[in-house]
Design a protein around this ligand. Structure first.
Ligand code: ZN
Length: 131
């Protein structure tokens, strides 16, 4: 298993990590299989969506903020309950099929690290399994 660090700059932020995951995949030399991308944090997430137009991730982030707004009306007293909720809604992992040495992403798809309680230094794990 490989890992890399994502340093976020804002409280909520979507960061395209497709290139970093692709670098890990190339290092493995695996031609066909499954690539798992996982983040071990309770206030962050991993998602796959359009990375061609940045307004898409902006809209997703904005709508998540309206579903779980920042504030103190939650039972969790740490002040980041909204971030925990967003993390659960989006999920902490994705899997991508590997075909002929590259990720079988659609033309407009990219892998995003989603920060919901930044800025922080975050870890992303990548595991590629041949098959
Ligand atoms: Zn918390």
């Amino acid at each position: 298993m490989e890992q890399f660090t994502v340093r976020t700059k804002n409280r909520t932020e979507f960061i395209d990590i497709t290139a970093e995951v692709g670098n890990v995949l190339r290092k493995t030399g695996i031609e066909n299989g499954v690539c798992y991308v996982y983040t071990p944090h309770t206030t962050a997430a991993i998602t796959i969506n359009e990375n061609a137009d940045p307004s898409v991730s902006h809209d997703i982030n904005t709508q998540l903020n309206s579903i779980a707004p920042f504030g103190n009306r939650y039972a969790h007293r740490e002040g980041n309950a909204d971030a925990h909720i967003k993390s659960t809604l989006v999920g902490c992992s994705e899997s991508v099929f590997v075909k002929n040495g590259t990720m079988a992403l659609g033309t407009w798809q990219g892998i995003f690290f989603c920060e919901f309680d930044g800025p922080r230094s975050r870890t992303v794990y990548v595991k590629v399994i041949a098959g």
